[in-house]
Design a protein around this ligand. Structure first.
Ligand code: ADP
Length: 314
């Protein structure tokens, strides 16, 4: 179905990103609660329409690990797109991301695992399957893998959003990229600094998966907090520094799995290979109570005082 603004009731803001805000909305004709992303772009009408056409391929991105796309439209210089509302939000907020590293003492960093291994494994498996689907079925890479782009719901489902389907949108956003925590692979950073936008491949997404998993496990962005305020220092650390590692307390398989993701681009495994790694194979028959873990994490999140809209249950 086609969606337009007249059919939409805005319920409240779910979050703000680098490029715009995300609102929870109610779509009257379908009676579906949705998340609607607004991206403000200074582009002419034909380019905006081009983006809406390119977004259409999202209708084919139907998989258990991909956030469902309902439709997009433009108003003035804004692109809006409506997607499945995920009622536990993004992984960063759920697992303590947003807590600056300085508030996590060295002690807890090593002694306390933020996410139990079976849960980390299940989340990782979903991310890897989702990315594998995008690559194999739609021939696209994600280009923006990071914890804010992994969404979860109270059913315990883990799904990816915000992947690069629109070349025009990518181009317009790249200019305004002001993220202070980079999940970009070293080779991509090097390429961009030399203005070679296409020097990276799907293995760059694999790096970003590695960094995201470590962030999840530690509860904070893996590079030192000194680098938050200084983009240059952070990019230097990513390109020339040692790759981050999982905190102590996880299995040898988990450590090996993550280390593989952060190798040199040519040595990084493919998604198919990753799914055969012992760390992820162990997920197959594992009983993991994701529903309970999400419920507990939401309680902890509320206790930390992370402001949450308490939206109408979808
Ligand atoms: P970023 O630009 O950092 O990726 P986004 O603009 O994509 O951020 O999203 C901002 C925030 O909105 C996210 O961190 C997430 O908490 C929330 N959000 C985004 N999409 C959804 C969704 N489909 N369901 C629920 N919450 C969402």
């Amino acid at each position: 179905f086609q969606i337009n603004m007249d059919e939409i009731e805005i319920i409240g803001e779910l979050g703000k990103g680098n490029y715009g805000s995300v609102q929870q909305v109610f779509h009257r004709p379908s009676q579906i609660y949705m998340a609607m992303k607004e991206i403000r772009l200074e582009l002419d009408e034909s380019k905006l329409n081009g983006i809406i056409m390119e977004l259409d391929i999202l209708h084919r991105a139907v998989a258990p690990e991909i956030v469902e796309f309902y439709g997009g439209f433009t108003i003035e210089s804004c692109v809006y797109y409506c997607m499945e509302y995920m009622d536990a939000g993004s992984l960063d907020k759920l697992t303590g991301g947003g807590v600056p590293a300085k508030d996590v003492t060295e002690d807890t960093e090593d002694a306390e695992i933020r996410v139990p291994e079976p849960v980390l494994r299940r989340i990782t498996a979903a991310i890897v399957r989702g990315l594998g689907f995008l690559k194999d079925e739609l021939q696209i890479m994600h280009r923006d893998v990071k914890p804010t782009n992994v969404l979860i719901n109270k059913k315990g489902e883990i799904k990816l959003c915000d992947f690069g389907v629109s070349g025009q949108l990518e181009k317009s956003l790249a200019k305004t990229n002001i993220g202070c925590q980079s999940y970009m692979a070293p080779e991509r950073i090097k390429g961009e600094s030399q203005n070679q936008l296409s020097t990276y491949t799907v293995s760059s997404d694999v790096w970003s998966v590695g960094l995201s998993i470590i962030e999840l496990a530690k509860g904070c962005y893996p590079y030192p907090p000194e680098t938050f305020a200084n983009v240059f220092a952070q990019l230097q650390a990513i390109v020339y520094g040692p790759a981050p590692t999982l905190p102590k307390g996880y299995s040898a398989d988990a450590h090996d799995f993550v280390a593989n993701l952060l190798k040199d681009p040519n040595a990084r495994p493919t998604y198919a290979e990753l799914l055969k790694h012992p760390f992820l194979l162990a997920d197959k028959d594992a009983e993991v109570d994701m529903v309970e873990w999400v419920a507990q994490s939401l309680e902890r999140r509320a206790a930390r005082g992370v402001k949450t809209l308490s939206p109408v249950e979808a």
